[in-house]
Design a protein around this ligand. Structure first.
Ligand code: ADP
Length: 240
């Protein structure tokens, strides 16, 4: 790839004797939507945690935007993060939840208000700013988590099974919304899922993981039409 935006170079991660990511090389383009797809336990979340800075690689290097980032703390990486268990604070309003990451930095009130307004508009939640999470649907709550991830206007957003807790109809709507957000904001998105159809419909590229290694990487149509190993053929062929 010419000029990748994110580059993982020979990244390995072990927990004690257990190696969960092994010698991983992966390049991600600016503005790309890439899914990390694979069965449970194949190392996808661990990779996301290393990108976000919540885990350090045991060996190897991670680069983003020309800078080596693997020993930077999470707040210096400017990557938004959205998890399946998005953990909104129940006693805070939507606005307060979205503003929460700004608390660590002493920003003027007017700037906080402007940023929160902008983030809520991005996910079309402006009209619900004063509600509490319990007054929102599951999809709306997930949008609040998205807005919170966008509050620092990151170039990269890392998503770990963000739609796993939603029912099918909502999930399909959110898939469209996330794709739309990706296009509008020209975000680079790294999306972890174990759902083949979700990865196939949403991604520019898919990396299929098996036991901490990439089994195949490519465009959805290439993977679907030409699975390169038995593992990929069986995994892609499974229906949820
Ligand atoms: P996936 O996201 O593909 O389901 P994970 O990256 O969550 O996979 O996990 C890969 C393996 O690493 C699993 O066997 C998991 O139990 C193990 N693992 C993940 N985090 C830790 C940790 N903090 N300590 C020990 N083992 C871990």
């Amino acid at each position: 790839m010419n000029n990748p935006f994110i580059r993982l170079e020979e990244v390995s991660k072990s927990f004690g004797l257990l190696t969960v990511v092994e010698g991983l090389n992966l390049e991600i383009g600016k503005g790309e939507f890439i899914s990390l797809l694979g069965p449970s336990g194949s190392g996808k979340t661990t990779i996301l945690m290393m990108l976000a800075g919540f885990e350090n690689p045991t060996s190897g290097a991670i680069w983003a935007g020309g800078q080596r980032i693997d020993s930077l703390p999470p707040h210096r990486r400017n990557m938004g993060v959205v998890f399946q268990n998005y953990a909104l604070f129940p006693h805070m309003t939507v606005s307060e939840n979205v503003a929460f990451p700004l608390k660590m930095r002493s920003l003027p009130r007017a700037e906080v208000k402007e940023r929160v307004g902008k983030a809520l508009d991005m996910v079309q939640l402006g009209s619900l700013a004063e509600r509490r999470p319990s007054q929102l649907s599951g999809g709306q709550q997930q949008r609040v988590a998205l807005a919170r991830a966008l509050i620092f206007e990151p170039e990269v957003v890392l998503m770990d099974e963000p739609l796993g807790a939603l029912d099918k109809q909502l999930r399909e709507q959110m898939q469209l919304d996330i794709r739309d957000l990706h296009r509008r904001l020209q975000l680079t998105i790294v999306f972890v899922t174990h759902d083949q159809s979700e990865a196939l419909t949403m991604s520019d590229r898919i990396a299929i993981f098996n036991r901490g290694k990439i089994e195949q990487i490519g465009k959805p149509s290439d993977i679907y039409d030409h699975p390169s190993t038995q593992f990929v053929a069986e995994f892609i062929g499974e229906t949820n």
